[in-house]
Write a protein of this length. Sequence first.
Length: 179
Amino acid sequence: TEGFMSDSLSRARASQGIGLNLVERLKPEKSETPEAYEELADLIIESGGTGLMLYRVEQNEEHGVHLTDAQQMLIDAIQNSDSWDERKKSMRSAHKFASEAFVSVEEDELQRVFHFRAQEDRDAFIQFLIFLHKQGDLYDRAQYDKVAELFNPQVAQALSDILINFEDWYYIVVVKSGY
């Protein structure tokens, strides 16, 4: 092969070891420091995807899928993170505050305003949050206004915080608390 392809292949072989007939694959040096895992953990926590990720890790482990050393280091960094501890406290606090207000609202009002009726054998507040999440959270101003009017603006804000961080809330409050 001559021309462009032969030059490209030569560069690829030189840079990546392609065609060198190596017994072992070239491996990059280990450069992951504990600090790098902590920074990545904080990024994941700030993104709001931690609850879903931890839930899936636990589900995979139940089905015999084990983490690599690097993955385990990341999970450990998340679980030991001050940011994750703060997120858990925040979600539990918002849940407690909003659930206390929820019990004072009549079922008929929820039915009239939101067309929501809870199943009797489950936690009505958790069902309501899942219902709101499926309805598009509180991004719609009309939906937010209904919540603020039925409860109060502080409860609406707590519900909004929960719904914005729905996967984390679900993992922290529902999965880990055994609801």
